[in-house]
Design a protein. Structure first.
Length: 473
């Protein structure tokens, strides 16, 4: 293994000391003029490398030589800063007007207005149990007709009188308490007797016990969960005022991609086309179009120019090879490049650009795990901010095993959560999906790696965290 391999991110089989030594040797070689001519800086981005992120496709050929490690490292954005840049980009330019949506369309949205009770809850005195509504002390004479939920109010009870009542039914006027079914019995004179002491108001839910008409139930900014939908319905709502889902278009690049069958003759299956739309939905987006454009610069230009989505996501083509068209297309469109490479492995040639006043583009690397890294680094904070959703509360867990680190970049490593430990998974190369397919989360491994027992930041995957935004259809 050479220092170039280290710069390219292939450090999984190296110790940290060995990796650092190789980088040091490479820098000394360059200082002595023995490393060959330096690559010229490129306006098309200098973040490409063999971590596969700069390749156009999943495991496809890499076009063009990688720029020197020092140049790339100088220009790439640190991983935490890249995430904050993506969130700030959405905050700074986009004003999303609230919309009124039906309850069955509101799951996963964020309330744009307070949820205020439109009625008392409950709106009348109700029975909390199946049993008898009783008045006064027992024993009680039982009416022939019972009281069911959803029926009109029954006639008032007189002292010494009882009536069968169902859970949720309206309490008759002058009721003292509800006697549960299991706490009553009838004697030989058909009179109801209590087998336990009956307290005044027992098992009656009084009107307004939960809230009164006009009470503020939930503030703006609340994520609409199934429980929120239930509360809204109970409080009298048919629609909710919420922040709409941001819309994302997906553009899949690469002539070598197959949409069906097995790989053959240098062609490979497109893994990102099937993976990205449901992943974006899980991050809270509404997916518009998914288009496969091949390696056509003009088609890419037209697709971005014609898109009215909040976010355009491209796959591959973020390096500087002959058919890596993302950077030249952004330049042609007059886009503002906000992030041009990130100090993270895999996926460091990812990028973020502002293409229109209310539109951004996230350029994902072409290798599958590198693309996942780009999603969680740039697309997730941008989409979350557009949707007015709260960020995951930061937390850490100790690692069960050693994780080799990159000498100067953050690493994102798939793992499973086992009790209070994070267990790193194998098959975590940039072109591999086997590890992330089994993962609960990603470990944020600092430069230099992490040892067993060391606390590392954890990024939950949306479905593993039972996130409300999970929607795969």
């Amino acid at each position: 293994m050479t220092a170039h391999d280290v710069r390219s991110g292939d450090v999984d089989d190296l110790g940290v000391d060995e990796a650092l030594a190789l980088v040091k040797a490479d820098r000394e070689d360059r200082g002595n003029g023995t490393a060959g001519p330096a690559s010229a800086p490129s306006s098309q981005g200098d973040a490409a490398s063999q971590d596969g992120a700069g390749a156009r496709t999943e495991g496809g050929p890499h076009h063009g030589a990688s720029p020197r490690a020092g140049d790339r490292h100088h220009k790439a954005t640190p991983w935490p800063e890249a995430r904050e840049t993506a969130a700030r980009a959405a905050r700074g330019r986009v004003r999303r007007a609230p919309v009124s949506v039906s309850l069955d369309e509101a799951l996963g949205l964020v309330l744009a207005a307070p949820l205020t009770a439109l009625t008392d809850l409950p709106s009348f005195d109700t029975s909390a149990m199946d049993g008898w509504a009783v008045a006064g002390p027992g024993p009680w004479a039982v009416r022939d007709e019972g009281v069911l939920a959803g029926h009109a109010e029954a006639a008032p009870l007189g002292d010494g009188e009882a009536v069968r009542i169902a859970t949720g039914a309206r309490i008759p006027p002058d009721t003292t308490a509800v006697l549960r079914s299991e706490h009553g019995r009838t004697d030989d004179k058909a009179r109801l007797n209590a087998t336990r002491e009956v307290g005044h108001g027992q098992d009656i839910r009084p009107r307004g016990q939960e809230c009164r008409n006009g009470d503020h139930l939930l503030p703006p900014g609340t994520l609409v969960t199934p429980a929120v939908l239930g509360l809204a319905a109970a409080a009298g709502y048919d629609t909710l005022t919420a922040i709409p889902r941001p819309r994302a278009d997906v553009l899949v690049l690469g002539d070598e991609l197959l949409t069906e069958g097995r790989p053959h003759d240098g062609l490979i299956r497109d893994a990102l086309g099937p993976m990205l739309p449901p992943w974006l939905r899980a991050l809270g987006a509404e997916v518009g179009v998914v288009r496969r454009l091949g390696d056509d610069a003009d088609a890419l230009h037209r697709a971005i120019a014609e898109s009215d989505a909040d976010l355009v996501v491209t796959t591959g083509g973020t390096a500087a090879g002959p058919v890596d068209h993302v950077h030249p297309t952004l330049s042609r469109l007059g886009a503002e490049l906000l992030v041009n490479g990130v100090q993270v492995r895999p996926g460091h040639p990812m990028l973020l650009a502002r293409t229109k006043e209310h539109q951004h583009l996230v350029g994902l690397p072409g290798n599958p795990l590198a693309a996942v890294s780009g999603l969680l680094t740039l697309a997730e904070p941008l989409l979350r901010t557009l949707a007015a959703r709260s960020a995951q509360e930061p937390y850490t867990l100790p690692l069960q095993d050693t994780v080799q680190g990159h000498p100067y970049d953050t690493r994102l490593v798939p793992l499973v959560l086992r009790g209070d430990r994070a267990v790193p998974l194998h098959y975590n190369g940039p072109a591999m999906l086997r590890g992330i397919a089994a993962a609960d989360a990603l470990a944020v491994v600092p430069p230099g790696g992490a040892r067993p027992g060391q606390e590392v930041e954890i990024l939950d995957l949306p479905w593993a965290a039972a996130g409300i935004g999970v929607c795969f259809t």
